[in-house]
Ligand binder design. Structure first.
Ligand SMILES: Nc1nc2c(ncn2[C@@H]2O[C@H](COP(=O)(O)OP(=O)(O)OP(=O)(O)O)[C@@H](O)[C@H]2O)c(=O)[nH]1
Ligand SMILES: [Mg+2]
Length: 249
């Protein structure tokens, strides 16, 4: 038998984010996305009245959690603040990044706007650098259709290496497919290979050096390559978060 969430300490970390799981089989799903793309609409559609709201610990930002059941499994959805990136240049970005990094959701849905996908894919690529368990939800398909924009879902799936689902959350169209993909990814039924960005040779060399050092420090609790990239770009908040979540009890 593998390590349970409780024995691996993940449940303790999740409690730091006010996410208390009642049973160990419960799956935690994060909803990320740019502002105003329909995250809360997806969240409300799936969780209905089974919601709790509060604040993120130590922050004045609203934290909404809700649950639904699918194929006899309980899923808890966490509606993350809307962000354009995970580079932690605002409290919202820090909250979203720290949740994905340290609470280690069983899957992350990146909700995006079908009418301006290019801008939205920036966040999707950043989440894909952090975790292999990502689903891209291309929402506002009705708006895209109205504007004559066609989205090639199959091509996106192939290029990104992750499942991509088209939705119109306002009417619920596509949500059944989304929960099926969430089920598959979070339980590891289907494995994907998200496309990773390869940087210039100079950067890759430095990343390699730093990764070797970080492997010992992070002890597989966090992706060393991802942390190396953040350090190289001068992000000091990641060091604070590592101290806060991995080393303070
Ligand atoms: N036409 C259309 N409107 C949608 C769809 N999904 C959401 N909306 C609308 O888009 C607006 C923003 O939706 P929200 O769910 O609040 O978006 P959000 O991503 O949670 O926004 P923030 O939390 O502010 O980042 C609302 O007016 C929704 O009714 C959709 O698929 N089609
Ligand atoms: Mg919202």
């Amino acid at each position: 038998m593998g390590l349970t969430h409780r024995s691996s300490g993940i449940s303790l970390l999740r409690e730091k984010f006010n996410v208390k799981v009642e049973d160990e089989n419960e799956l935690i799903i994060a909803l990320a996305g740019n502002p105003n793309v329909g995250k809360s609409t997806v969240f409300n559609y799936l969780t209905g009245l089974n919601q709790h709201t509060g604040n993120w610990p130590g922050k004045t930002i609203c934290n909404a959690r809700g649950s639904y059941t699918y194929k006899n499994r309980k899923f808890t959805l966490v509606d993350l603040p809307g962000t354009y990136s995970l580079l932690a240049s605002s409290v919202e970005e820090e909250v979203a990044r720290d949740f994905i990094c340290f609470a280690k959701p069983d899957a992350t849905i990146v909700v995006s706007d079908a009418t301006c996908l290019e801008r939205n894919l920036n966040l999707a690529l950043q989440v894909m650098e952090l975790t292999d368990k990502v689903i891209l939800c291309v929402n506002l398909m009705d708006e895209a259709k109205r504007k004559g924009i066609e989205v090639d879902i199959e091509c996106l799936e192939k290029e990104l290496g992750i499942p991509v689902v088209a939705t119109t959350a306002r009417t619920g169209e596509g949500i059944d497919k989304l929960i099926d993909k969430v089920y598959e990814i979070s339980l590891g039924i289907k494995k994907y290979n998200p496309r990773k960005i390869i940087y210039s040779q100079d950067i890759e060399n430095e990343v390699k050096n730093l990764t070797l050092l970080l492997d010992n420090i992070l002890d597989k609790k966090l992706d060393s390559r991802w942390v190396a990239l953040r350090i190289l770009e001068g992000d000091k908040t990641i060091i604070n978060s590592i101290n806060n979540y991995l080393y303070k009890t």
